[in-house]
Design a protein around this ligand. Structure first.
Ligand code: C2E
Ligand code: MG
Ligand code: MG
Length: 881
């Protein structure tokens, strides 16, 4: 039943095959029974067969002009089919006498089979068994036809059978070389064989840094040693001549890498094994190509030398003794090309020093490499080596020596990669450059952003967010530089009168609002440019374009209108009136720089009632101030500053109870100067602190002198600038003073403004310094009380000992009963807080009377005595104490 099915399937198979092939040429069929599909023969999805037997039969069929159809089956099936005429020929069959009775075998073998992997053969003493094809015994015609084709095939392809064998079984050769007993015993007798090897090129054969042979030749020696169980004693040479000498002298028994030219080898006294490797030679040239009659750099003596001599004329050849020299010759244009082993060429271009040379990899010629055996050796060695080469297989060494493997690619020098793929490098570099440019651009942008932010911060008024002086000077300066005439412009400064009082009374916000509103108004005015503010002193300034006005009156009118717009401000539910002053510095005549013009506008502002143009008089004043400033230090060194004393009187007893020290400047250059002329300037330029220390020192020395002399001493008050309270070294200096002098004889006069500061931190600092002074034993007087908007909370914050009522309050009280009431209550308030009340500037007995009535304790003024020199005051004191 199974057999029937089998036949049916076969029939179907044949019909299908016939149908498929019917469109092809009408060649006569050759039905070939092959061993069933499995390990030896495989069939792909398209019905193609692969295997040594099928490949051979296909080639044979082609030579015989037949259309080959393969019929797979077991050996028994094949035999039965051949007998029944279903197939014409059986392929891949072992010749046995028994089979020869029914079949006609081919003369030539069609393949070989390995003993351990094939089930078709019985026990065989050999590791391979020849295979044949066979026809039915009576089919001599077919056999004759096929034999003829086979002879032609093998005649034309002598290695075809070996080739197929290697193709299908070469990789899976037996793990151990099978040696005949006599071969094994020969090797036992010769455990060491001296082998010359020419190691002259990487990566084929070269010597490493330890003097060891490396490359393909190393693998060959290792393999021979391993397979034959012998030791190869290597004689490493660098050229053929030396290697032949070694062989002739008997020093070497074999030469591992010799040219596979049998007769040439025989001429050199060598027997040659079969070749184990084919070296393919390629041309190496410069990148620009080669001229018509190229000069060839030839490595000699070398295996390739003979070939080159045949191909090129003597004139074209240049001889060099190393591969390196050949390549250098091409590189330096002494030669145009050289021929190297493919892998040697690639090695030198990829990993060596010649990345600028090139090879297109095409094969120019090839040389077979074989092992040469000295003919002085016993003849047994040659077949053993042949067997070993067959065992290794040519492909095994070729594969390993092949240069195209990922490992080699990874080892390529950077330089060679650059030469090989310049486009990638150019793209990479361009990308890198682009990235760097982008980074640079980003950095610059961030820097610009940062600088802009910083500049904005520097240009902005901390309190209001409006522009500040630095911004104004820069902007206005640039604008003016671009104008044809600067005389068409003026710097105008608005100043809030007594901003300190406004701040103390209503808070700093009032100033912020005022300046903000003013700036908004100015921004509407086409003639006002670059408005900016200085909030802490309540000032606002801008550049006025005078071309918008016919004359000075028109400008004043516009300014007054602005003042009018801003003279009231709402604070909570209250409407507060604000006084402004305006200083104008026209850029026409007086000034030089922007900074100077700003100062001059400031001077004008100082004099303004409420508008003042900087003029000659102010200029004179300014010049004087400049002179004073220039002389101040010299004056101090020359002791030109003098202490004058003005007596203080007890209003009840009308006796002298104290004095105020007042500075006078007896200048060599400027004559006698009262403090009003230089104190405000010194306050501005900071020299006042030096002057105050000097005054204090003078007074304390004078008092100490008097005490030591046993003379009467009265407390003397010394004026202290508000700058001290913010000065770092002030307390240290004062502390040092009290270690030498008595603090209890000194009163320090400080104005309210010294403590009423906009910045809470500074205010706290002032209060701290005041308290520390009291701890040191100084008595603190509040000077000019009532001259401004007095801050009564200060009386609580600072424990002053004396209130010194300002002259303006006294003058106001004269003829004003209401003001006298204020005065009386001020005195009462002071007394209630444990303070002494003194009033300054008393000139008449009437004033004295008013004060006495109001409860004032002491008085100071021309009525009792004008400020006088020290000697005069000493006399005065003696008379009035
Ligand atoms: P002050 O501390 O209020 O001094 C009182 C001023 O009133 C003195 O003017 C004094 O001469 C003047 N005076 C005294 N009695 C009368 C009078 O009956 N009628 C009038 N009309 N004036 C009178 P002086 O000496 O010109 O000083 C002016 C200001 O200069 C002082 O005002 C004080 O603020 C400042 N000053 C003077 N010397 C110094 C000093 O050594 N250091 C500091 N920081 N400031 C000083
Ligand atoms: Mg004073
Ligand atoms: Mg005063």
């Amino acid at each position: 039943m199974g057999k029937l099915y089998g036949r049916l399937i076969l029939l179907l198979f044949l019909v299908c095959s016939l149908l498929l092939c019917s469109q092809a040429a009408a060649r006569p069929l050759l039905r070939v029974g092959v061993h069933e599909l499995g390990t030896d023969i495989t069939e792909d999805e398209y019905g193609n067969f692969y295997g040594m037997d099928t490949d051979f039969m296909q080639a044979l069929g082609s030579y015989a002009g037949r259309q080959v159809i393969f019929v797979p089956g077991s050996w028994q099936e094949n035999q039965a089919r051949l007998a029944s005429g279903e197939i014409d020929v059986v392929a891949g069959i072992i010749k046995t006498p028994e089979r020869q009775q029914t079949m006609l075998f081919s003369h030539l073998m069609m393949g070989r089979i390995k003993q351990e992997q094939d089930s078709r053969i019985s026990s065989s003493p050999f590791w391979v068994e020849p295979l044949y094809f066979a026809v039915r015994r009576d089919n001599t015609a077919l056999m004759n036809e096929l034999e003829l084709a086979n002879e032609q095939l093998i005649g034309n392809r002598p290695y075809f059978v070996s080739y197929l064998y290697r193709l299908y079984y070469g990789q899976q050769s037996s793990h151990k070389l099978q040696l005949a007993p006599q071969e094994a015993s020969f090797l036992k007798m010769h455990p060491v064989i001296s082998a010359a090897v020419i190691a002259d090129e990487r990566p084929f054969a070269y010597v490493d840094e330890h003097g060891e042979l490396q490359g393909t030749m190393r693998r060959l020696t290792d393999r021979i040693e391993q397979d034959l169980g012998i030791k190869l004693s290597l004689i490493i040479e660098t050229n053929y001549e030396k290697a032949y000498e070694d062989l002739n002298s008997g020093k070497a028994q074999i030469l591992l890498n010799t040219d596979g030219d049998i007769s040439w080898a025989a001429a050199h006294g060598l027997d040659l094994t079969t070749s184990y490797l084919t070296s393919y030679y390629t041309a190496v040239t410069r990148r620009e190509g080669i001229p018509d009659n190229p000069r060839i750099a030839c490595f000699c003596p070398h295996i390739a030398e003979r070939f080159l001599r045949q191909r090129y004329s003597e004139k074209q050849l240049r001889m060099y003794d190393s591969i390196e020299s050949c390549l250098q010759a091409v590189q330096t244009k002494q030669a145009d090309m050289t021929f190297l082993r493919l892998e040697t060429a690639q090695y030198n271009i990829w990993q060596g020093n010649f990345p600028d040379l090139k090879t297109d990899g095409s094969i120019a010629f090839s040389r077979d490499i074989a092992i040469g055996v000295s003919n002085q050796m016993e003849p047994e060695l040659l077949p053993i080596l042949d067997k070993e080469i067959g065992f290794i297989g040519r492909d095994a060494l070729l594969d390993q020596s092949s240069f195209y493997n990922p490992k080699t690619e990874a080892q390529r020098s950077f330089k060679s990669l650059f030469f090989a793929y310049p486009q990638y490098f150019v793209t990479g570099l361009s990308l890198l450059l682009l990235i760097l440019l982008l980074l640079f651009w980003r950095q610059m942008k961030m820097r610009r952003q940062h600088t802009d932010e910083l500049q904005k911060m520097l240009d902005t008024d901390h309190y209001t967010g409006l522009h500040n002086r630095g911004w104004f000077e820069r902007k206005a300066g640039r604008y003016l530089a671009a104008q044809p005439e600067s005389r068409d412009f003026a710097i105008i400064k608005f100043g809030i009168s007594r901003p300190d009082i406004l701040v103390n009374t209503y808070g700093a916000e009032v100033i912020f609002h005022l300046l903000q509103r003013f700036t908004d108004n100015l921004q509407q005015a086409a003639w006002a440019k670059f408005p900016a503010v200085h909030t802490s002193v309540g000032k606002l300034f801008f550049l006025a374009d005078l071309r918008h006005f016919q004359n000075q009156e028109e400008l004043e009118q516009a300014l007054r209108y602005l003042l009018h717009q801003n003279e009231y401000i709402n604070v909570g539910h209250m409407v507060v009136h604000v006084d402004f002053k305006i200083g104008i510095c026209s850029l026409s005549s007086h000034n030089v720089s922007m900074a100077k013009a700003m100062n001059q506008a400031d001077f004008a502002l100082h004099e303004a009632q409420p508008i003042c143009f900087y003029n000659a008089e102010i200029q004179q004043k300014t010049e004087l101030l400049n002179r004073i400033e220039g002389l101040q230090q010299k004056a101090m060194a020359n002791k030109e500053f003098k202490v004058w004393y003005q007596p203080k009187y007890d209003l009840k007893t009308r006796r002298c109870v104290g004095a105020e020290a007042l500075v006078r400047w007896q200048s060599r250059e400027l004559g006698f100067l009262p403090p009003g002329q230089f104190i405000p300037l010194f306050e501005r330029n900071g020299f006042i602190t030096q002057l105050d220390f000097f005054m204090l020192g003078q007074v304390m020395t004078w008092q100490k002198k008097r005490r030591l002399a046993g003379l009467p001493v009265v407390p003397v008050s010394v004026n202290q600038s508000r700058l001290h309270l913010q000065e770092k070294n002030y307390l240290t200096y004062m502390q040092r003073l009290v270690t030498y002098y008595s603090a209890k004889d000194i009163e320090l006069e400080l104005t309210e403004t010294a403590f009423s500061l906009q910045e809470p931190k500074m205010q706290q600092q002032a209060l701290n310094v005041g308290r520390r002074l009291q701890e040191m034993g100084f008595c603190l007087d509040i000077d000019d009380f009532g001259s401004g908007y007095s801050n009564l909370t200060l009386l609580n914050a600072m424990p002053f000992r004396v209130i010194k009522i300002d002259r303006s309050l006294l003058l106001a009280a004269e003829g004003s009963p209401r003001m006298q009431t204020v005065l009386a209550h001020t005195c009462k308030l002071g007394h209630d807080l444990g303070m002494t009340i003194i009033c300054e500037g008393i000139e008449t007995p009437e004033q004295e009377e008013i004060l006495r009535r109001c409860g004032c304790d002491q008085g100071q003024g021309y009525l009792y005595g004008k400020p006088m020199k020290e000697a005069d005051f000493e006399a005065f004191l003696a008379a009035h104490i």
